[in-house]
Design a protein around this ligand. Structure first.
Ligand code: ADP
Ligand code: MG
Length: 287
């Protein structure tokens, strides 16, 4: 590629809201086989809402939400803000322990409260069996399920729904039309991830990935061809740096943007298609 054609291509892409931070990326993007997408905040809005609170026997809704919200005050996860918004009162927490990609424990009102995934409950020694039937139904709708335990006893299951961005499905169709495979990488449960993938036509789902496992998941995909990874969060930064091409959603966190080769000014996946078209157009003119 000549420096001039790269400059022209980069300039044209910028006019369309796609910033190529390195000329190399414009070239590399024309050679990718797979687009791997983060789920929360990339495919979905990243603003989950509580849809249902199912209580275990002996627990009251407002108390459980106030306890859970107190614990979530220490977390920056979108699930935390959903639970805090759903609570009428938020108690004060102390001795807080955040376990990234799993949940949080703390002392609240003299009680020990844990909030997080089923796996986190298992590690905390709390049996979630009693509410797992309700959990299946919510996961089948693409919702995320969180458990609350108080003094070692299961208190509730909270279901949260994070809407898919209106343009995600169409963008994935456009990627397919360009001969690309589309994968999703998420820390969420398999059943939840598969339900969302089915709604929008994702080919491959890599679920239940720990925050430090995103790079491994990405490298698995890279074994089968060149991969562009699209993400928005702090926990996406290593994968954005490791991918053949890292693409950050412009509305995402600063760390994600700094780690990416390409930044989309729009907050959605339409920009990925624009970026690929700009890249292919430039490379075609060169060959
Ligand atoms: P993703 O970014 O793909 O949603 P994460 O790795 O951030 O995945 O989280 C994985 C899972 O860990 C969540 O689906 C949830 O079950 C649990 N989790 C993480 N943080 C929290 C939190 N602050 N409160 C409750 N659950 C949490
Ligand atoms: Mg995200």
């Amino acid at each position: 590629a000549t420096p001039t054609s790269i400059m022209v291509g980069t300039g044209r892409a910028a006019e369309l809201g796609v910033l190529f931070r390195k000329g190399d990326a414009l070239q590399q993007l024309s050679g990718i086989d797979t687009v791997a997408l983060d789920k929360t905040g990339t495919i979905t809005e990243g603003r989950p809402e509580v849809t249902e609170v199912i209580l275990a026997e002996g627990f009251a809704r407002e108390t459980v939400l106030s306890l859970a919200a107190a614990v979530e005050g220490a977390s920056e996860h979108p699930i935390a803000s959903a639970i805090i918004r759903a609570a009428k009162n938020v108690f004060t927490a102390s001795e807080v322990e955040v376990v990234t990609g799993q949940g949080i424990r703390a002392q609240v009102e003299g009680r020990h409260v844990a909030v997080g995934s089923g796996r986190f409950m298992a590690e905390t020694g709390v049996e979630v069996q009693a509410l797992s039937e309700a959990e299946e139904a919510h996961m089948g709708r693409g919702e995320t399920t969180i458990f609350v335990a108080v003094d070692g006893a299961l208190a509730a299951m909270i279901a949260v729904a994070d809407a898919v961005k209106p343009s995600s499905k169409q963008a994935i169709e456009a990627l397919h039309a360009r001969g690309l495979r589309v994968a999703m990488i998420t820390g969420d449960k398999r059943a939840t991830a598969e339900a969302i993938a089915a709604q929008i036509g994702i080919d491959d789902v890599i679920a239940e990935v720990m925050p430090d496992g995103k790079v491994n998941a990405l490298n698995e995909l890279r074994g089968e061809g060149a991969v562009a990874f699209v993400g928005d969060g702090i926990n996406d930064a290593p994968a954005l740096a490791q991918a053949d091409v890292g693409i950050a959603i412009g509305t995402g966190t600063d760390v994600a943007i700094e780690s990416a080769d390409v930044v989309l000014m729009s907050g959605d996946l339409t920009g990925v298609v624009t970026a690929i078209d700009a890249s292919r157009h430039t490379m075609r003119n060169i060959r």
